[in-house]
Design a protein around this ligand. Structure first.
Ligand code: SF4
Length: 422
């Protein structure tokens, strides 16, 4: 039904000249200098995502906030323009369709938004909101539209519809509002529903009931769901297959049960280990790997997870800025901070440029080289072993890193994994 191939969605960063200068200064203070900041920065929100979704299937796109899952979903619906790639929906490539041609497709693909409060117009009654798509896309008489609206309201549990039709969103609970949003999504009998964190903003007490409603509607109407969630427990409950996203890429895809039973990608393992299990005697949930999700304007080279990966290899994409980050980490320890200050200089004295990081030093080049070697000898093994050369010339010391090994999804134990361990 849906076949997404090599989808890319990049956004130019809108910022004033003052913001651009401020951003460069912050980066310089935090991470050392870099001479590779693009003149017109682009956010690589989705960067080469591929997946397929069969009829009647539920595929979960799962990942931390900012990983690109919602952007992927919105691009699939053409609510955002893809930068490149193909979005084959029931045999038609949506990526190249005009807005006018999309109008004929939209009734077959609908979305359930995360926030039912924002998704409903406060000035429209619930009945009007639900029947609106019918009046826009189908030529039906008002009485017929109202009858169809009553039926769909009953189906989603907004009952009795006669009493609720003329209510305003403010009169309804959060759960009832989300039922109304779901009713509006299914009234045109679509084949694909994109459910974008459909229970994330609801009270715990109603989440399970809304998920059960979605499953019930799928069984009754043969719906197909692209289910977006940051919550692995929800994905486990609802999805047939899941695709784990990290910084604009899918890192592991496969049957949900298999992935939960035996995750393969180090990021998937970390995500699953971080899910709390409310069972006495079970090990406590572990924290996610150290560090923040990196900047999507300058995603890490090679595997994007390498700066946080606990089992990274020297070939995973180490580069100049990782050396600057390592110097930054050493500053957290007062003793190494003091030694580095005199011998190797502050991280901001180093300039990272792709696979190289360098620093000018006259006249004590030999001392700086020795300091770099001794600091690298204490670095984590993958970073240390990724160094190919420490070059002393032209009044500076430059540390060069190896080219990352090309990364592509590979079949591993019944799923697809993008990791050099396999
Ligand atoms: S390729 Fe695999 S081992 Fe290497 S950093 Fe990425 S997740 Fe870790």
């Amino acid at each position: 039904m849906l076949d997404v191939r090599d989808l890319q969605v990049h956004f130019p960063v809108k910022m004033s000249a003052i913001q651009a200068v401020g951003r460069a200064l912050v980066r310089q203070i935090r991470r050392g200098r870099t001479d590779e900041t693009p003149v017109r920065p682009v956010v690589h929100a989705v960067d080469g995502v591929s997946f397929a979704l069969g009829p009647g299937e539920i595929l979960g796109l799962v990942g931390e906030s900012g990983c690109g899952k919602t952007t992927t979903a919105r691009a699939v619906l053409r609510l955002l323009a893809p930068t490149s790639g193909r979005i084959l929906f029931e045999g038609t490539d949506l990526a190249s369709l005009s807005e006018e041609a999309m109008r004929g497709i939209r009734p077959r693909m609908q979305i359930v938004f995360q926030d039912p409060h924002a998704a409903l117009n406060p000035a429209m009654t619930i009945g009007q909101a639900i029947q609106d798509p019918l009046l826009i896309h189908r030529e039906v008489a008002a009485a017929e539209a109202k009858e169809a609206t009553f039926r769909v309201m009953e189906e989603v549990g907004l009952s009795p519809p006669e009493d609720l039709f003329d209510k305003y969103p403010a009169d309804l609970s959060g759960g009832q509002k989300q039922r109304a949003v779901i009713a509006r999504a299914i009234i045109l009998r679509p084949s694909l529903i994109v459910a974008d964190e459909p229970v994330a903003m609801l009270d715990m007490s109603v989440r399970a009931r809304i998920l059960e409603l979605l499953l019930d509607l799928k069984a009754r109407h043969g719906l197909t769901y692209l289910f977006i969630t940051h919550d692995l427990a929800t994905a486990k409950f609802v999805c047939d297959r899941i695709a784990i996203m990290y910084l604009g890429r899918i890192v592991e895809t496969g049957p949900a049960a298999e992935i939960f039973r035996e995750p393969k990608h180090p990021y998937t393992k970390a995500l699953i280990a971080a899910v709390p299990v409310p069972e006495p005697g079970r090990p406590r949930a572990q924290a996610l790997p150290r560090g923040e999700v990196p900047d999507a304007i300058r995603p890490p080279r090679g595997c994007r997870f390498h700066p946080r990966c606990p089992v990274a290899l020297p070939t995973c994409g180490w580069e100049g800025r990782d050396f600057v980050d390592y110097l930054e980490d050493r500053r957290l320890n007062p003793e190494t901070a003091r030694v580095d200050e005199t011998r190797i200089g502050r991280p901001t004295a180093w300039t990272a440029s792709g696979l190289v990081v360098h620093r000018a030093a006259r006249p004590d080049l030999a001392k700086l080289e020795e300091a770099v070697r001794s600091v690298l000898a204490l670095a984590p093994a993958p970073l240390r072993e990724a160094v190919t050369e420490i070059d002393v010339s032209a009044g500076e010391v430059a540390v060069r890193f190896r080219e990352p090994e090309p990364l592509e999804p590979r079949p591993v134990a019944g799923r697809s994994v993008e990791c050099l361990l396999y």
